[in-house]
Write a protein that binds this ligand. Sequence first.
Ligand code: ADP
Length: 356
Amino acid sequence: MLTEMQLLEPLQTCQDPELGRSFGELKMLAGASLGSGNVLNVTIDLPTPAYPRRARITELVQSKLRQAFPDIATVAVSYISNVRGKMSGGTIGLRAKNVIAVGSGKGGVGKSTIAASLAYGLQTLGCKVGLMDADVYGPSIPHMVGSQGAPSAVKHTTSTGETFERMEPIIADGLKVMSMAYFVKPDQAVIWRGPMLHKAITQFLKDTDWGELDYLIIDLPPGTGDVSLTLSQIVGLAGAIVVCTPQQVALLDAIKAVSMFRQVKIPLLGVVENMTGEIFGRGGARRKAEELGIPFLGELPIDSGIRIRGDDGRISSLFNDDNPSKEPLLHICQQAAIQVAKQLLHAPQMPQLEIL
Ligand code: ADP
């Protein structure tokens, strides 16, 4: 009778098709046993439930094991997943494995739409997700997700008897959301000075009862580096995603956004091209990403359905029914999750930031 270790041995050196490291190195081999009918059951532990195209792993595992054990009748592959992450918010009590910032060089390119869609998409794929609207100059997330009201403060008691308060995030279609818009009147402008901004962002991260999250998605304000700088000082971000539209003039702003993230030492997870189509063109962001040496996460075609659902506060419904944006968005979510996992392999430590 072969032991579990012997059954898994042929898979140790198999390369994961997405991450380019071996299953052994990635600790993806969760178990193996011989069942009745000479069936070999193998369990693979994926680094994220958003792992794309599992079928390729199934094929790889089956062919490797059939080759190694020709007498086995069937190889059955099943999956579990455990999101790996930096868990960098430990010092401020934030239990999010990965914090992802979504930025853009300028407003109106669909940054908030992509941020909200990333959150709902990753949730649809089985991840625990929160969405923090840090676009303090124009917080549009609450409108897009159709939520309103003020977050309530809840008292908690530590094991040593001390009490502290945490804000409950607003739940919008099952997603935990926090935004400055919940605290101000809809038509009220908020003027921010640097230190106030820093304090508000810190509070949103620290004093919100996010619970345990696989991914916390943060919608940044367009262009400026203020919030990014604050974020990189308090949490080690998994990375940033830059959203841009395909036309040349917009790409110039995207380059600035990339340069800003590089300056504040936030790793770049990739670029998303939004509003691809006849009006703005196609492929500009992909080419720019290649030039800049940054992954391209995918494109989202221009479609009035997105605008309508955003206006109606039903962004989450993009994942519930058949519509032209569902597949492109899920693809972007999967690519983003893979890039987070890749980043973790290359830079598991929090980046050191010099403040000038
Ligand atoms: P930003 O956060 O960059 O300012 P928003 O996400 O608020 O941009 O999007 C600006 C407008 O464009 C919104 O009305 C939104 O619904 C719309 N929009 C975003 N992406 C698309 C798309 N792919 N197709 C059609 N409309 C879109």
